[in-house]
Structure formats: C-alpha cells, structure tokens
Design a protein around this ligand. Sequence first.
Ligand code: MG
Length: 160
Amino acid sequence: MRIGHGYDIHRLVTGRPLVLGGVTIPHTHGLDGHSDADALTHAVCDSLLGALALPDIGHFFPNTDARWKGVNSQVLLREVVAQLRVRGWRVGNVDVSLIAEKPKIAPHIPEMRRTLAASMEVPVDAVGIQATTNEKVGAIGREEAIAAFAVCLVERTNRE
Ligand code: MG
C-alpha cells in the first residue's frame, strides 16, 4: 500500500453555493472557483494522486478548460479513482480534516461520507471526516476561506 496527502483552500464569496464533500450546505457564502470549488473533495483527489506520485488535479482538470467550468467535483473524484484503477490501485481509506469557521459542518458529515464513499466505490467506514473551526484566527477564522487536508491509503489490486 501507499500513503497520500492533499490540501486545498478556496475563498468564500457571496452568490455561490457552498459545496463540501459533494453536499450543498445552506450558507450565506459559497466557495469561489472554476469548478464547484469543493475544497474538501479536491483535497481528497490530490491525496489519491499524490499517493501514486501523479501530478495534482490542476494538471488533470485545468481551470483553463471549459469542460470543467462549474463541474461537480464528484465527477473529478470518480475520474481520479479511474486513474488509480488503470494503474492497478484502489482506495483503501481516506481521512479528511475540514477547517471552516462557519457554518456548522457536523450535521452534514454523514451525507458527505456517503457521497465520497459512493464516488470512490469504497464502504462508508473507509471515509473519515472531521471538521474544526480555526478559533477565529487568520483568514479562515475571519470566514474568508475554507480549507481541507486529506490523507489516504491506496492498495494494489490484482488488475494490472
Ligand atoms: Mg480546489
């Protein structure tokens, strides 16, 4: 098996939906970006790509490509898992730390876990998500951005 690590941060702006872990969360602000700006899912994607020493999601899904404008990031995650599969790897487990001052994330975690697990074709108990605030410190604490860290294990399959 191999380990991977990913990180992402997106700015909070008005006039955008807030999508995290594939779940649209009611809030006054949303994350800005070319895709749906789902920082949590992007961190997971980068952890999986990193585990195989592949380039980051910006390489696979450039923000200059109109195909990825407004795209649901679960589509990107499914494509990343397909990239693993063709190389003979599958997802073992993923663990995410989400850092958001507002809104309250905890009520949405079960649906995020189910959504990510479905996209990665793993059991729900292979997807951990913890959410914390930044204790009002810095840009995240001022509600200017939301960030996520992810680690994963990937395992060799027999398909190669
Ligand atoms: Mg991103």
